[in-house]
Every structure is written in C-alpha cells, then in structure tokens.
Design a protein around this ligand. Structure first.
Ligand SMILES: C[S@@+](CC[C@H](N)C(=O)[O-])C[C@H]1O[C@@H](n2cnc3c(N)ncnc32)[C@H](O)[C@@H]1O
Length: 346
C-alpha cells in the first residue's frame, strides 16, 4: 500500500506499473514517494524518513513513465504533470538540486473518513508571484473545511429579503478570492460536489496556473461532480456594474490574503459587493498571524465588523511552513481561521 511513512522501503515493483495503465493520481502518488528531499506542511511525523522506495530499478521505472504516451489519462495537463514529476525525480538522481517547477500532492479529509487527493502544480519557486506557491494557511483551511461546511448556519440577518439557498435546493454559489494555486477552492469543490459551484479567482498573471490546476484535478472533480470555474478578479477594481442579487455568492473563501497595508480595505471592499445578503451567507478566511501583519489582521476584523458582519466561529491553529528555519527545522506558523455571517439587516 502507498502511504507516507514506512518501516521498510517499498520495492519498485510495488509501484503502479505503466503496462497496467494506472490513473494519473496513482502515478503522481508513486512519483511523490520517489522524491529525494520531500517538503511538507505537516509536522515532522509526516516527513518520510529515508528512502520510501529501494533505489534498485527506480531509474528504469522513471524512464518507462517518461517514454510512455500516457494516452489513457484524461487531459494533456495530467499527462504533463506526470511527465514533469518523473523528469524531476530523474533530475534529482542526476545530482540536480534546483527544480524549475513541481507538482505536489495534498490529502483533503472528508466527513466520511475517506481522504481526497489533490495535485497542484507550482511553477518556479524563484518567481516573485506569491500565488505560484501554496501557503500554510490554505493547507490548514483545506483540512478544516469539511468540518466548517457541516456547521449549521447560526447567524440570521433580521428581516433579510433574500431567501436561504439551503431552502431553495439550488447549488450553493461560492467564490474564492486570491486562490493562488487553488488548494482551498478545489478542496471546497470536491467536498461539496454537485451541491455547489465555485469560481476560483486571482490576478491575471496567476490565473493560467490556477486554471491548469483545475484541469489537473479533473478526475477528482468528475468523481465528486464538482463544478469549478476560474477567472481574474482584481480586488483593486470595483465591479462595474455592481453584481445583482443573483450574481452574488453565498460563500466567499480566502486564505492568506493580507500582506500589504492596502489589502484589508481592498479585500473587504471586494467582499461587500460580492457577498449575498441571504440568511446563510458566509465568509471563510484563514491567515497567518505573522508579527509584521498583525495590524492588517486587526484592520480586516474592524472593517468586516463595520460592514455588518460578525464572527460565527473562529480559532487559532499552528501549521508548519515549507520553508525551513535556519536550524533546518520546520517553521511553525500560528494561523487564525474565522467564519463570518451578517449580524444585522443590511
Ligand atoms: C499569499 S498568496 C495566497 C495564495 C493562496 N490563497 C494560498 O494560501 O496558498 C496571496 C494571493 O492573493 C493574490 N492577490 C494579491 N493581491 C490581489 C489583488 N489585488 N486581487 C486579487 N488577488 C490578489 C495573490 O496573487 C496571491 O495569489
């Protein structure tokens, strides 16, 4: 069985063999096991100790994947991801330390106890664009999401004129702001399945990789009957015309969205026109409590409150960023998650 920790290394023949036409997810999981220096957001207990697979035959295994047309896989994006991962594993074995890009695998807990697996492409880490990498608060939020989605709506705006989506049987409309590589939005999509649609958004330079990641996870999206779209939504541009009641969203998600003094105002000014005034409307955010950004977190809280939103649920948790500290240990990061709803008639 393929897992993340091993007492005994596997043999290369235990991995999915090309002649059996394994799925893209199975191949990417196997290729992740062959990473020589794994990086992880989890605690040290999640880190693979020593090689997960015995070295004998690994190079031939990787070559068999790279030379295969992978014609049974659903999309070109999935084929590219498998070839990229196999090439990267081969490069590591050629003494190359800097990879130009990588595909990473994330396990998303579900309420049934079965984990879903998402694959995300992260372009070069030397890129200046923060949305090209997956950040620790989105990892934590993606793991918490199944619990948050089960919470009953508690806050009800008095005298709201818009009906609750829960009562109409229509799919929930969700929007993610600053999606980056898409971990939170794609997790939400797979967890809600056909009960929701979600639009993943970011700046123009980030959206192509975001769309690529949505296509990369087509197997899981099809399996869960999820509906995902991607597009540009720049917080600094006021929508014109303003969204109608039908165009607004029941749920707005955002992870790690505040890292400039302008962001609290931009984010809240974006939430305002796009959030439904319905009974169950929710904003779900998670962000790191880094010292330098505490004033921005406080300003965000104040602006949300001024808008008429109130915290329904909140908490703090610690995650481990995938940047190592100077001592080589995983870097602990305290994060704040919160769920907001309308507190009064707006
Ligand atoms: C720190 S990254 C977090 C990405 C992702 N949510 C995660 O946690 O992995 C912040 C994201 O906000 C996006 N962003 C920053 N300013 C933005 C703006 N004005 N409009 C839309 N997105 C913006 C960035 O492009 C980036 O993807």
């Amino acid at each position: 069985m393929i897992g993340t920790t091993f007492d005994e290394p596997l043999h290369v023949l235990d991995l999915p063999q090309i002649y059996k036409k394994p799925s893209g997810t199975e191949l990417l999981k196997a290729l992740a096991l062959l990473t020589l220096q794994p990086r992880t957001f989890g605690t040290s207990a999640d880190v693979v100790k020593g090689p997960a697979v015995q070295p004998a035959g690994v190079t031939r295994y990787l070559t068999s994947i790279i030379s295969s047309p992978l014609s049974w896989l659903d999309t070109e994006e999935l084929r590219e991801a498998v070839w990229d991962a196999a090439s990267a594993r081969l490069s590591e074995r050629s003494g190359r330390t800097a990879m130009p890009a990588m595909s990473r695998i994330f396990n998303i807990p579900t309420s049934s106890g079965e984990d879903y697996t998402l694959t995300l492409h992260e372009p070069s880490l030397t890129s200046d664009n923060l949305g090209m990498k997956t950040w620790v608060s989105s990892y934590l939020l993606s793991r918490r999401l199944h619990k948050l989605l089960e919470s009953p709506p508690e806050l009800v705006p008095s005298g709201s004129t818009e009906p609750s989506t829960a009562n109409t049987g229509k799919p929930l409309r969700a929007l993610e702001l600053g999606s980056g590589t898409g971990l939170v939005g794609l997790s939400f999509a797979s967890l809600k399945g056909k009960a929701a649609t979600i639009h993943l958004t970011d700046l123009p330079e980030i959206v192509p990789n975001l769309a690529h990641n949505a296509a990369l996870n087509v197997e899981l999206m099809n399996k869960t009957e999820a509906t995902v779209t991607t597009g540009v939504l720049d917080w600094s541009i006021t929508p014109n015309p303003l969204p109608t009641a039908e165009e607004r969203f029941d749920v707005i998600l955002a992870a790690d969205p505040l890292y400039s003094p302008l962001h609290p105002k931009l984010l809240v000014d974006t939430i305002n026109p796009w959030l439904s005034r319905g009974l169950d409307a929710r904003v779900v955010v998670e962000m790191p409590l880094r010292d330098a950004y505490i004033p921005q977190v406080q300003e965000f809280r104040q602006r949300m409150t001024d808008l008429g939103l109130a915290v329904v649920e909140e908490g703090e948790e610690v995650g481990y960023d995938d940047w190592e500290s100077a001592s080589g240990d995983a870097l602990a990061v305290k994060c704040w998650w919160s769920v907001w709803g309308w507190s009064e008639k707006v």
